[in-house]
Design a protein around this ligand. Structure first.
Ligand code: ISE
Length: 369
């Protein structure tokens, strides 16, 4: 049984933090801190969110350093966090003595070099997705980690820590749903920033469903097809929004991903698993639905974006990471690894090619080092 086949176990971060042995040592022999001093690279939307999360809700950790291209922004944030300082560059932050672990939330094109620098410094790193902008770069991270002889890299696919995802994963793994033939995914954003071109719909948005395929089914995607309907009225010039991606896995299952990133409505992520013994759907926001009998209608709140929808998943992901750093394993059991980040990159690359290529495009995966 490999990591992805293990049954869901609730994050038990408190236990890890309280039980972290004072004299524990990490895989590379370094002393483990009882409080993890986290350095955050990039304090845009996601990075600032993580700084706030670690400062307010995560046990066993504090933010000790931040860095950003926009130094004023980093300074403003650091001023609001006791004991946090601004450093000039990512390299300096990774090397800093007062940084035990690194959270990368910089733009994706910097992730590969920053993740490798963390590995070389023997510091655990939680890298926001994507791990890299192409499979070759993601593979370089996998190889660097292998060469280090340790485990350092977690990739921020936070949906793996979402309670509904975990329930669905359990239902699949336990056999309750029988044989799975098809999974239908829907990914809807209210709006995107100008310049969110088709390839970003793949690398930024669909990448979550791509990781979910590996997470739920524990098998690789072998080919991808894109089907491009009439663009919606709010699509940018040249953008194919909505977009439909079809994935075929090694065993012949089909996963559909319907992306619509300018709905002008709210954030919705749904997954429907078609099994021989049951059809299971998550992401309906069922807990929020209210019925209005008098009006003969029903409805509920739709979160505005992914932050409120996945806030608990982000919290659980970061808490599990900190617990893993404290107990010396560095990568939480349920977290996406560098290899998962590489697999996602291979499928994204094929999906990008599929946008301009008729039919299915094969996914090429190198052997695992
Ligand atoms: C964004 O980067 C995310 O990660 C969100 O989860 C996704 O829904 C959105 O489309 C992306 O741009």
């Amino acid at each position: 049984m490999n990591q992805n086949q293990q049954q869901f176990r609730p994050v038990d971060a408190d236990r890890h933090v309280e039980n972290a042995p004072a004299d524990a040592s990490g895989e590379a022999g370094q002393d483990l801190p009882r409080e993890v001093r986290v350095g955050v690279i990039g304090v845009g939307q996601m990075g600032a969110d993580h700084v706030a999360r670690i400062s307010a809700r995560i046990k066993g950790a504090r933010v000790s350093a931040v860095t950003d291209y926009f130094r004023d922004k980093a300074q403003e944030l650091a001023d609001s966090v006791p004991g946090c300082r601004v450093v000039a560059t990512a390299e300096e932050l990774i090397a800093a003595d007062d940084v035990d672990a690194v959270l990368i939330a910089s733009p994706g094109k910097f992730h590969k070099d920053q993740a490798i620098a963390c590995i070389e410094a023997r510091k655990p790193v939680l890298c926001e997705k994507p791990l890299a902008m192409n499979p070759q770069d993601a593979y370089a991270v996998v190889e660097a980690e292998k060469a280090s002889g340790g485990r350092y890299v977690s990739v921020g696919f936070m949906r793996r820590f979402d309670a509904e995802y975990a329930e669905l994963k359990d239902a699949i793994d336990s056999g309750e749903l029988g044989q799975i033939s098809v999974i239908n995914c829907k990914h809807r954003n209210a709006t995107t920033l100008p310049g969110f071109v088709d390839s970003m719909m793949v690398y930024d948005s669909a990448v979550h469903e791509i990781d979910a395929i590996h997470y739920f089914l524990d098998e690789q995607v072998i080919e991808v097809q894109a089907v491009l309907p009439l663009p919606g009225p709010r699509a940018d010039e040249g953008q194919h929004d909505p977009m439909l991606l079809l994935f075929r896995t090694e065993s012949g299952r089909i996963v559909t991903d319907e992306l619509y990133v300018n709905t002008d409505s709210g954030y919705e992520v749904r997954t429907e698993v078609l099994g021989s013994e049951g059809i299971s759907t998550i992401g309906m926001g069922i807990t929020r639905v209210t019925t209005q009998k008098a009006g003969g209608s029903w409805g509920g709140a739709i979160p505005a974006d992914f932050r409120p929808r996945f806030v608990a998943a982000y919290d659980a992901e970061v808490q599990a990471w900190i617990a893993a750093v404290l107990d010396g394993s560095n990568v939480a059991e349920r977290s996406a690894t560098a290899w998962d980040g590489y697999l996602a990159a291979t499928t994204c690359e094929a999906a990008e090619t599929a946008l301009t290529t008729p039919g299915f495009v094969p996914v090429s995966v190198q052997p695992r080092p």
